[in-house]
Design a protein around this ligand. Structure first.
Ligand code: P6P
Length: 341
């Protein structure tokens, strides 16, 4: 057998500086680190990535395509649905609906979960999401976002509601996509927090920061002080202390934007019990839990009613909660004022 002559001297390749570590490549390389990984999780995350790119395009073009404003119906929370809430929900349901390893999809916009298949039919995971959190801010160009969490489906639990009611510690993966000045995908699969940005020139989310760590402290609190007259006493004492100790206030009114800023610059995000929402306003399963997993895996803390938020066992899919999350030292300071901890 004649050997091929050696390759002609290869011309030096011109250096390219393009960031080619896409979300997909990163997930697969992470999966390769886990011998038991089957690639099924990355198949779901790639569907979420596709949905995120599609929603980002809709958000950017909302005013041009005249899809801003109210849809005209109330959602299960009794809140005015925005047109883009419905559109984003539909996009996610379609992108995830054909992934054969998903058993259940549960959305903030739908009272009941959507059952795609049982465990015995291959339904291995449940995906819960808020398709477009903060959408009431859309008309003003404020950052809004998709929040998602992935749970294992327990084939031995026939009741879907019961399957979904897992404590936050059981989340397999969690993340959010912020549609802001850039489109940012923040993800944890339980091994640190990674940050991707949508490079529109190639249509991919590319890895820009690995293992994001929240600053230990920062004198910034994020809370809607308009409700402070009805906050429980400890919150009022904390705010008084913060005013006297050089804190600044940053509040956008869109959880994904407020938590993303807190994750990167430090500080504390709070949504206490209010007169209108005595149990707190934010949804436990598909807002607070995923954000708490992200914050904890970045080295932060997340509490509700004096205990670790991820330890809460849900009673129902759409239940609400108060939230205190952010830099560990800042969360500790709030807890000290609330519970003398
Ligand atoms: P408030 C948006 O409607 C949302 O659900 C979160 O994104 C945000 O953190 C919160 O409500 C803002 O609520 O009562 O301050 O307007």
């Amino acid at each position: 057998m004649t050997m091929m002559s050696s390759e002609p001297e290869q011309a030096a390749r011109p250096p390219i500086k393009d960031n080619l570590m896409s979300l997909q490549s990163h997930i697969l390389s992470e999966e390769a680190r886990h011998p038991g990984a089957t690639g099924e999780l990355s198949w779901i995350l790639s569907a979420i990535s596709l949905a995120g790119k599609t929603i980002a395009n809709k958000v950017r073009r909302a005013r041009i395509e005249d899809v801003l404003g109210e849809h005209g119906d109330l959602n299960v929370q009794g809140e005015q649905q925005q047109k883009l809430d419905v559109i984003a929900n539909e996009i996610i349901m379609r992108c995830l609906g054909d992934r054969a390893n998903i058993a259940v999809l549960a959305s903030e916009e739908d009272e009941e979960p959507t059952i795609l298949r049982t465990g015995s039919e291959g339904g291995k995971y449940c995906v819960l999401f808020d398709p477009l959190d903060g959408s009431s801010n859309l008309s003003f160009g404020v950052g809004v976002g998709t929040i998602f969490t992935i749970l294992r489906n327990d084939p031995n639990v026939p009741d879907v509601q019961q399957t979904l009611q897992q404590p936050g510690t059981e989340q397999v993966a969690a993340g959010y996509i912020l549609y802001g000045s850039s489109t940012v995908f923040v993800l944890t699969t339980g091994n640190g927090v990674d940050l991707f940005v949508l490079d529109q020139s190639i249509g991919s989310f590319v890895l820009v920061q690995r293992n994001v760590r929240i600053p230990e402290a920062n004198r910034v609190y994020s809370i809607n002080e308009a409700y402070s007259d009805h906050f429980p006493g400890g919150f009022k004492q904390y705010l008084q202390w913060a005013h006297e100790n050089g804190y600044s206030s940053r509040y956008i009114g869109s959880m994904v934007a407020d938590v993303h800023r807190t994750l990167l610059q430090g500080g504390v995000f709070l949504y206490p019990p209010t007169k209108k929402h005595p149990e707190g306003k934010l949804r436990l399963m598909y807002e607070a839990f995923p954000m708490a997993m992200i914050v904890e895996h970045a080295g932060g803390k997340a509490f509700a009613d004096g205990k670790r938020l991820l330890d809460v066992v849900p009673d129902n899919l759409h239940q609400r909660t108060s939230v205190i999350m952010g830099s560990p030292e800042e969360v500790d300071r709030v807890e000290q004022h609330l519970h003398g901890g």
